[in-house]
Design a protein around this ligand. Structure first.
Ligand code: FAD
Length: 583
């Protein structure tokens, strides 16, 4: 009987396709990928005729490796139906022509299903730069940097990578002020999110360091905007997740580039002391503070200095004098080797002081003064001295190592959260200490930022408090946990945040549909978002991969990443335990 059913199902041609898809999806899930397929209709004659009629400076491709590349991203969690075409623009006109044409074809009675997604460098996690029913604009072909030293800015095409912006600015002795930890990200891509690193407490995110944008809106209009001109679009596009237009150019603020960096780490066994020191450091006035403040959560067995995000950290060169004592250095540091704690979770503070070569004689004194008020484990301060470029490009060295081991192009079930400062201790107790344990490989970053450095008018969603933390769980599957387990753990963390009313905001979120996005933004910001969408992309053509106004994929009713009830119950009891032991 059962065999017959299987036979009948296989006998049907649609059924056999479904079975094949099921088998492939099971295989990929087993391999650590989380596959969700959407079957979409073929390109209509009208759409095909339109795309072929475009008079482009660049090229439009319908098949081949560019199409395949556009179906995957750094997350490697989602494989969607390939886009209909990939545009490799050679001019802003190319982008405008494409979007304008689709906008006109989307008018009532003239319908098209085409959408458009700009793809920076494909470093999204959840398919945000994909367009299964549309055209992907490969921004890497839209390049160009013009540095204007006298005005301290650079005009940069949206497809440029930050590493290239840095190199071009350095030729004039200048550099942007605000960074991401990793520089092989596109300017348009990070400005559509926020762009943060350890400099954000001082300079704000990258979206706070832009003077002007050139944007192709969802109507195909090319608009120059700034604080003074078309300011609603300017602020909307900053952190706007690509919803209001494609950023074709940005005017980035520059400063005189430092030449060298003193890069310091200090270890803490107590979270409360760690976060108080971090918050103290980001409260210090400009000129009397570090230039960079971050932090990491590490388990007791890790070598605290051997981390792929900081492969250049080799603290063999320096001794720092603080509180009157000469501190030694070690090559291989674990919690056991620092010998002062039996904690299973440790925290290390990472700070950096930029300087010019002519300040080499005084920089150690400056450093000692800045470090003196801290309450880290006294013998645990380690420092190294490297060039400014090497410091900024530190993650690339780790990338090369991971690539060599075949550990770069694998699934990345990452979770990035902004947590209000008043809730970070509770978050530590439940998430870092209880939920994460030793599961998963990859860094866990935690550092605070000042809300005053973020502009309310931009689109990005952040917590309401004056200080809030980035918590970045940048984990990848290992023998400790596979992709699906890590995704479930992420979901459990989000559930904890909701049930404990943490007031978190997701950074680079994976959300689905307007209702979830409304919660992310809050009522007032969501209302602004919806108003701007109606104004600048009324046909919802742009960035369908954010699953906001138009969805790139269908979510199953039972989400594949929902944690089983046992995990949720365990979680709630952990929270209860953590809170009762703290009171
Ligand atoms: C290894 C690694 C390290 C990272 N480190 C940091 C970090 O330190 N700090 C940080 O803030 N982020 C970091 N990120 C996240 C990064 O900012 C995002 O992945 C971001 O999406 C930029 O990547 P991308 O340029 O490849 O953009 P994509 O992933 O290609 O695009 C992201 C979104 O922006 C849209 N978009 C892309 N280009 C444009 C454009 N020109 N105009 C309008 N919309 C556009 C896309 O449609 C998509 O919706 C990191 C990511 C990786 C993989």
């Amino acid at each position: 009987m059962q065999g017959n059913h299987v036979h009948e199902w296989i006998g049907d041609s649609r059924g056999s396709t479904m079975l094949l898809l099921l088998i492939i999806s099971r295989l990929l899930v087993a391999l650590g990928a989380n596959l969700q397929l959407q079957i979409s209709s073929a390109l209509s004659d009208a759409d095909r005729a339109f795309l072929r009629s475009l008079k482009l400076d660049g090229t439009l491709v319908f098949e081949g490796p560019d199409i395949n590349d556009a179906t995957v991203d750094f997350g490697r969690l989602l494989t969607l139906q390939p886009p209909r075409a990939v545009l490799k623009p050679a001019s802003v006109r190319d982008v405008a022509q494409l979007v304008r044409g689709i906008y006109l074809m989307s008018a009532p009675g003239n319908s098209t299903t085409l959408t458009v997604a700009a793809r920076g460098h494909g470093h999204s996690i959840h398919g945000q730069a994909q367009a299964s029913d549309g055209v992907v604009v490969d921004m890497s072909s839209l390049r160009g940097i013009r540095v204007v030293p006298s005005e301290l800015y650079a005009d940069v095409r949206g497809g440029e990578l930050w590493i290239d912006v840095l190199q071009a600015a350095l030729r004039e002795g200048l550099a942007p002020k605000s960074w991401t930890d990793y520089l092989y990200l596109s300017v348009g891509g990070t400005l559509s999110n926020a762009g943060i690193s350890g400099q954000a407490f001082l300079h704000g995110p990258q979206i706070s360091n832009v003077h002007q944008l050139e944007i192709v809106t969802g109507k195909g209009e090319v608009v120059v905007c700034s604080e003074k001109e078309n300011s609603d679009l300017f602020y909307g596009a900053l952190g706007g997740l690509g919803q209001f237009g494609i950023i074709t150019s940005a005017r980035i603020a520059l400063e005189r580039a430092p030449q060298r960096v003193k890069w310091v780490r200090a270890i803490y066994s107590d979270f409360d002391t760690f976060r108080k020191d971090q918050e103290y450091l980001i409260s210090q006035p400009r000129g009397r503070c570090f230039d960079y403040v971050e932090g990491f959560v590490v388990s007791d067995s890790e070598n605290l200095l051997d981390n792929w995000r900081s492969s250049l950290f080799q603290p063999a060169h320096d001794h720092i004098r603080t509180r009157g004592s000469e501190l030694g250095v070690q090559e291989n540091i674990t919690s056991r080797s620092i010998n002062s704690t039996d904690a299973t979770v440790l925290y290390y503070l990472e700070v950096a002081k930029n300087y010019m070569e002519e300040e080499a004689d005084i920089v150690d004194g400056m450093l000692a003064e800045l470090l003196a008020p801290l309450h880290c484990i006294p013998s645990s301060i380690y420092s190294t001295d490297i060039s400014y470029v090497d410091f900024l490009n530190r993650v690339h060295v780790g990338e090369m190592k991971l690539r060599a081991q075949g550990l770069w192009d694998i699934p990345h079930p990452w979770l990035n959260l902004f947590i209000p400062a008043s809730k970070i201790v509770e978050f530590d107790k439940v998430v870092f200490k209880c939920m994460l344990g030793k599961r998963g490989a990859g860094p866990i970053i935690v550092y605070p930022m000042n809300r005053s450095k973020w502009d309310e008018r931009t689109s990005v969603a952040i917590p309401q408090e004056d200080k809030f933390y980035l918590v970045a769980l940048l984990r990848f599957p290992s023998e400790m946990a596979n992709t699906e387990e890590l995704l479930q753990q992420n979901e459990a963390i989000l559930q904890f945040c909701r049930s404990a009313r943490i007031g978190e905001k997701q950074y680079m979120p994976r959300l689905y549909g307007a209702a979830e996005w409304r919660v992310q933004f809050g009522e007032s910001k969501w209302a602004t978002f919806v108003r701007r969408k109606a104004l600048y992309d009324p046909s919802s053509i742009l960035a369908p991969g954010q699953n906001m106004f138009r969805c790139n994929y269908r979510r199953n009713s039972s989400s594949p990443t929902a944690p089983p009830p046992s995990i949720v119950n365990q979680l709630l009891s952990l929270r209860h335990l953590a809170l009762s032991t703290s009171s």
